[in-house]
Design a binder for this molecule. Structure first.
Ligand SMILES: NC(=O)c1ccc[n+]([C@@H]2O[C@H](COP(=O)([O-])OP(=O)(O)OC[C@H]3O[C@@H](n4cnc5c(N)ncnc54)[C@H](OP(=O)(O)O)[C@@H]3O)[C@@H](O)[C@H]2O)c1
Length: 366
């Protein structure tokens, strides 16, 4: 990275780190929180925000995910797959379950902790819904788990397993003491999936940039920091029930994401030639075998099975206090974070098109 760009990125990142929770007021009553997970992505954001609010924390995990962040937080080592001895004889005000993917694991912690914690917050997903063909609210049917004994988490079982985990959490803690959050795509600094990150990172390379569908195509995302704030808020307010947590339907579009990414790239003065979006239709992209979501991350064409994907209703969470930061802010902070990652991670994104493939697709005739 050129020195000027690096300095700008560093300045932006330290600005982000200092300002993220700067000015947060302390909660009226400090809580003792246990996070199952905690050492990655949304867990780190939740922990940092919780500390800013004056709460105390314990992380429970296997110790495999390495981070040098938050060394002051107590860590209990164990495994959700039955090694929970470290949690015995302890009590907390609330449990945040960020790492539950199979109902047996949720039942194990739910049963162990139901008499020793007041609330259980389970992080589920909008993938729990049975269909994404029409917009979902919290009352919409969830996906059935065809084989209730399965613990293999893959593209077809992830959503149904999450729905089963929700039931397991509520079975142990009861509806009045259970909070279920169903996030849409979680994005922003620390996101290890690279899906949102692809766009500001791509804009930072400049030049002709393949853009999918129409600028007006809807998208829905939630910045991990907004998710963190809402999660802690629900615990402080002793809420219960299920909340879709994502940007409001119609709030963001693919065009806004591209614009925000280009604006973020220009903040760092990086591209020699500013990125210029070249919009290609869903039909053209299909002909070129460019897949929505994986090759063109964040984007799902708003038709057919995906017509309701980016239209999830969020009224309940908004009434309860969910706030969504501007897309410009998420894109800028994501790029600042990305530009400080190790070179290999910057070069080998887990989502999106490679530069060569993008050039080929842009050159193709429709
Ligand atoms: N990313 C999205 O867009 C998205 C969207 C909707 C919902 N979600 C949900 O968001 C949640 C958080 O995802 P994330 O990416 O931040 O974290 P994650 O990858 O689900 O979990 C990572 C954390 O859990 C710990 N962990 C993993 N397996 C464990 C086990 N068997 N026993 C104990 N600890 C374990 C890890 O530490 P160790 O490795 O050290 O054990 C780490 O601290 C998930 O529940 C996911 O379903 C994500």
């Amino acid at each position: 990275m050129k020195r000027r760009a690096f300095l700008a990125a560093t300045a932006a990142l330290s600005f982000t780190a200092q300002s993220s929770w700067a000015g947060s007021t302390k909660a009226k009553k400090p809580l003792r929180l246990l996070i199952l997970g905690g050492t990655r992505f949304i867990g780190l954001h939740m922990a940092e925000y919780a500390l800013a609010r004056g709460h105390s924390l314990t992380f429970f995990n296997r110790g495999r995910t390495k981070t040098d962040r938050l060394p002051q937080i107590e860590r209990i080592l164990g495994d959700r797959n039955g090694q929970l001895e470290g949690l015995a004889n302890r009590s907390w005000d609330a449990v945040i379950d960020n790492s539950g993917y199979v109902p047996r694991h949720v039942t194990l912690t739910g049963e162990l902790l139901k008499a020793r914690a007041n609330r259980y917050l389970f992080v589920s997903s909008i993938s729990a819904y049975a269909s994404l063909a029409t917009p979902n609210d919290e009352q919409s049917p969830v996906a059935p788990l065809e084989d209730p004994s399965t613990e293999a988490v893959d593209g077809s079982t992830y959503g149904p397993l999450k729905a089963a985990c929700e039931v397991a959490a509520e079975r142990s803690f009861g509806a009045a003491r259970t909070i279920v959050l169903r996030p849409g795509l979680i994005v922003g600094p620390e996101d290890n999936t690279d899906r949102f990150t692809y766009w500001p990172a791509r804009a930072a390379r400049g030049g002709d940039m393949l853009a999918p569908g129409n600028p007006s195509d809807p998208i829905q995302v939630i910045d991990g920091r907004d998710l963190a704030m809402f999660a802690i808020h629900t615990l402080e307010q002793q809420l219960s029930g299920t909340f879709n947590v994502v940007s409001a339907p119609g709030q963001f579009t693919m065009g806004r994401l591209i614009d925000a990414s280009i604006a973020a790239a220009s903040t760092f003065g990086k591209p020699v030639q500013p990125a210029k979006p070249i919009w290609r239709s869903a039909e053209f992209l299909q002909q070129q075998n460019v897949a929505p979501w994986s090759d063109m991350p964040v984007w799902v064409p708003p038709v057919g099975d995906g017509a309701g994907f980016a239209a999830t209703r969020t009224d309940r969470a908004r009434r309860a206090g969910l706030t969504i930061r501007p897309l410009d802010s998420t894109a800028r902070d994501t790029l600042a974070w990305h530009l400080q990652r190790p070179a290999k991670e910057q070069q080998e994104l887990k989502a999106g098109l490679s530069a060569d493939r993008e050039t080929t697709v842009l050159a193709a005739k429709g």
